[in-house]
Design a protein around this ligand. Structure first.
Ligand code: GLY
Length: 375
């Protein structure tokens, strides 16, 4: 890699040492930064699917530094997230994103040294897994969202949430969580992964029979296009499914999706928002690049194939060379994050916390401090 990961990590730590007190003072769970300061997420501010990334960032920084500031902030955020268990309607299939990186991380980092003190974090994470399990439809998929007309919607993002179910099966020695995860992963393999290695964002399934009804374009450019963050979810998600199960079919899917992604990395190392967007359209989503870099490094680790590591480092170099805001007075680091192709109001070319999370996870992997919070 052209950049020195350890130096970059020191800059990251310095930046968060300044911006963590801002979030704590505001009493919010940061979702993105605007005009230099944190803002919280939609709805009640704590139930949005991204809520785990802020505590996840804190746990990454704590694992590397043992600085108490980061542990205190992670637990402040976790208290807001676990309060969401009482809302029901605001939670969806993203309990994996939300609780693996928060209470799950807390448990992972403390259960050996403090078994009694970490019991509540384990309970909360199992509760999150049970909520995800409750969305499993035995005709063969996990329901993504709550609107009645979306009862049959399954989305590629869910591949990242499945790790919570695999974790719950290991933790309880009850295979039903993992069985549901495998059924959903098999459906995703069959219905989402296209022959060229690209993936769909949304597939609608008949909730009574399990038959495929339709594909929907979701957050990408158009029907049949390739929303890059969806590709990253598929790449990392199938890699995790392989690590969780050792099922070679998932590894092969991860490799195919990875090859498609790598073939579309821009010459500057950044990632277009959709790999099928019109030529000349400057619409970047660096979250996709940062997440894909993490998935590629895990793929390199499990396959021993250096081409994936080299591609990951190309992505990370691109982010560091062009899109990191190191200014002392502004919160947030990674710029040019885009929430959704056709919804600029949701955030276009801005800083979004989960972009920072995956950038930090990628640098932590390069430095050897990543506690691997997804497993
Ligand atoms: N999981 C929703 C998104 O990637 O925007």
């Amino acid at each position: 890699m052209r950049n020195h990961a350890d130096e970059v990590f020191q800059r990251i730590v310095a930046k968060f040492r300044r911006s963590v007190p801002v979030a704590a003072e505001m009493g919010i769970l940061p979702y993105k930064s605007e005009n230099g300061t944190w803002i919280s997420s939609p709805y009640d501010g704590n139930s949005w699917w991204t809520g785990g990334f802020w505590p996840g960032l804190m746990w990454q920084l704590f694992a590397a530094t043992k600085d108490e500031m980061f542990r205190t902030e992670a637990r402040r955020a976790q208290d807001m997230l676990t309060a969401e268990f009482r809302t029901y309607d605001l939670l969806n299939h993203d309990t994996g994103f939300m609780y693996l990186l928060s209470t799950g991380a807390d448990y992972k980092l403390h259960h050996a040294s403090d078994p009694a003190g970490s019991r509540q974090a384990r309970t909360d994470t199992l509760h999150a897994a049970s909520l995800l399990m409750g969305r499993f439809n035995p005709v063969g998929y996990i329901r993504a969202w709550n609107e009645k007309y979306k009862m049959g919607y399954a989305i590629i993002d869910c591949m990242m949430n499945l790790s919570l179910l695999f974790w719950a099966s290991r933790e309880t020695e009850d295979p039903r969580f993992a069985n549901a995860a495998r059924i959903h992963a098999d459906m995703t393999l069959r219905e989402f992964v296209r022959p060229d290695g690209s993936v769909s964002h949304i597939i609608e399934i008949d909730p009574a029979t399990g038959a495929r009804v339709a594909e929907h374009p979701g957050q990408g450019y158009a029907l049949g296009s390739s929303w890059s963050r969806g590709q990253a979810w598929g790449l990392y998600g199938f890699t995790l499914a392989y690590i969780n199960t050792k099922d070679e079919r998932y590894l092969n899917a991860a490799k195919r999706i990875a090859a498609y992604f790598v073939a579309h990395i821009r010459p500057d190392g950044l990632t277009d928002c959709d790999f099928c967007q019109p030529e000349g359209e400057e619409r970047i989503d660096n979250i996709a690049g940062a997440c894909a870099a993490c998935g590629l490094m895990e793929l390199a680790r499990v396959t021993g194939d250096d081409q994936w590591q080299a591609a990951a480092e190309r992505l990370v170099d691109g982010l560091i060379d062009h899109c990191c805001d190191w200014s002392e007075d502004r919160c947030g680091i990674l710029t040019h994050c885009t929430a959704s192709y056709h919804d600029d109001g949701a955030g276009r070319h801005t800083n979004i916390t989960y972009g920072d999370y995956f950038l930090v996870e990628a640098i932590a992997k390069l430095n050897g401090t990543d506690p691997m919070l997804w497993l």
